[in-house]
Design a protein. Structure first.
Length: 365
């Protein structure tokens, strides 16, 4: 599948195609007619896919260390010096082949090398495909917090090959489903039926025929980004489930949950809040929870309400002491809902009380 969307930095081309990585040069030639390619990947993905992409393009390759620890200034400097060392010029472009870490770091480096060169995202994780590679947010972490330094720098192309998901560690894959289900909750009219048809396939590692589902999730994100490139309004919808997720991740020092697992808990809390406020009927909320069951068993929540609270909406808290939430409703989401903390507490308590093997949908009945 192929589509594009307009941004203030030009058109972004998206391609989701089984086997696309077998013929990268052909896909690239559709948007990048000139310039040399430089590949940035990580030490896990380079031997699996990065080196092959580099060979096809006759390009030099740099492999960063794998994982979040690579999102720092050292990596950015390494990419910039790799480009300099090979004489990369302004008309050349960078290919980021990897998960969200690689696309965040490489996209950031591309945005500052010689005041900005073009780049292409080749996401190799589920999170990368449906989230990190789309929207132009790039950046690194600081000791003070995650994603504190970065730029908006749109890739020219996002080239996703669902077949690369086959080598993803199963826990990574399962966690990534959280973002796909989030996308379906934001735009059920285009995604709910595709999840019903292909969600199980995606969850069990059969990556043929999941392309329409992935493409629809990616398309949802491009549509939201097109409305609000700089995250000043509509893009907040993408934060569904993330108020709790970010607090859970921070309260556990980012070492316990994978992001998508924390998002799954966040989606369940949002569903409970919506049910309680009459935004969503129990049967509807229960249906989404049942879909989240493909991610079970989720790592149990290891923090109490008291430990969690200081991390809830830290930066977004309002003077009144409430946090603004994105909540699901029938057919989509509502933005900026003020929910008193006591109400959040009551729903969070339900999550804590859920027995480890209890079906997630039992939260709603
Ligand atoms: N820019 C954005 O809008 C945005 C959005 C969401 C997330 N992010 C960022 O993305 C990062 C998380 O991304 P992620 O979950 O992709 O993590 P990741 O990039 O660390 O990849 C997860 C692990 O899987 C390995 N891997 C990647 N692809 C593989 C494959 N096909 N086969 C085998 N192993 C593979 C990686 O080497 C790594 O060890 C976070 O830093 C987050 O802040 C950014
Ligand atoms: Zn997320």
């Amino acid at each position: 599948m192929r589509w594009s969307f307009e941004t203030s930095q030009g058109q972004v081309e998206l391609i989701v195609q089984e086997g696309a990585l077998g013929d990268v040069a052909c896909w690239l030639s559709k948007v990048l007619e000139r310039g040399r390619a430089f590949v940035v990947s990580d030490e896990n993905v380079a031997p699996l896919y990065g080196e092959d992409v580099a060979r096809q393009l006759d390009a030099p390759i740099l492999a960063l260390v794998a994982g979040e620890q690579a999102k720092n200034w050292n990596s950015v400097e390494a990419v910039v010096r790799f480009l300099l060392g090979h004489g990369a010029e302004r008309g050349d472009f960078l290919m980021a082949v990897g998960g969200g870490v690689v696309t965040d770091v490489a996209g950031f480096a591309a945005s500052i090398y010689m005041r900005g060169i073009r780049w292409v995202a080749v996401p190799t994780t589920l999170v990368g495909m449906v989230d990190a590679a789309i929207g132009g947010k790039t950046g690194i972490d600081l000791p003070e917090g995650k994603n504190l330094v970065g730029t908006f720098w749109q890739p020219r192309m996002v080239l996703a090959d669902p077949l690369v998901l086959a080598s993803l560690p199963p826990r990574q894959l399962r966690a990534g489903l959280g973002e796909v289900i989030k996308a379906a909750m934001i735009a059920p009219s285009s995604l709910e039926h595709l999840w019903e048809e292909q969600g199980a396939r995606l969850a069990t590692g059969d990556f043929w025929a999941v392309t329409p589902l992935l493409a629809a999730a990616m398309k949802m994100k491009t549509e939201v980004v097109a409305l609000d490139e700089r995250e000043q309004g509509a893009r907040a919808a993408l934060n569904l489930g993330h108020t709790l997720a970010h607090a859970l991740e921070a309260a556990t020092d980012y070492g316990y949950f994978l992001h998508g697992e924390a998002v799954a808990w966040g989606l369940l809390l949002a569903l409970l809040l919506s049910q309680r406020r009459g935004l969503l009927a129990s049967v509807e909320a229960g249906r989404w929870a049942a879909r989240l069951q493909v991610m079970a068993p989720l790592p149990p929540i290891p923090v109490s309400w008291e430990r969690l609270v200081p991390f809830l909406g830290r930066d977004k808290k309002r003077a009144s002491g409430t946090v603004r939430w994105v909540l699901p409703r029938l057919g989509g989401v509502v933005l900026g809902v003020d929910v008193p903390l006591e109400e959040v507490h009551a729903c969070f308590q339900k999550l804590l009380e859920l027995s480890e093997d209890g079906p997630l949908a039992s939260l709603f009945f």
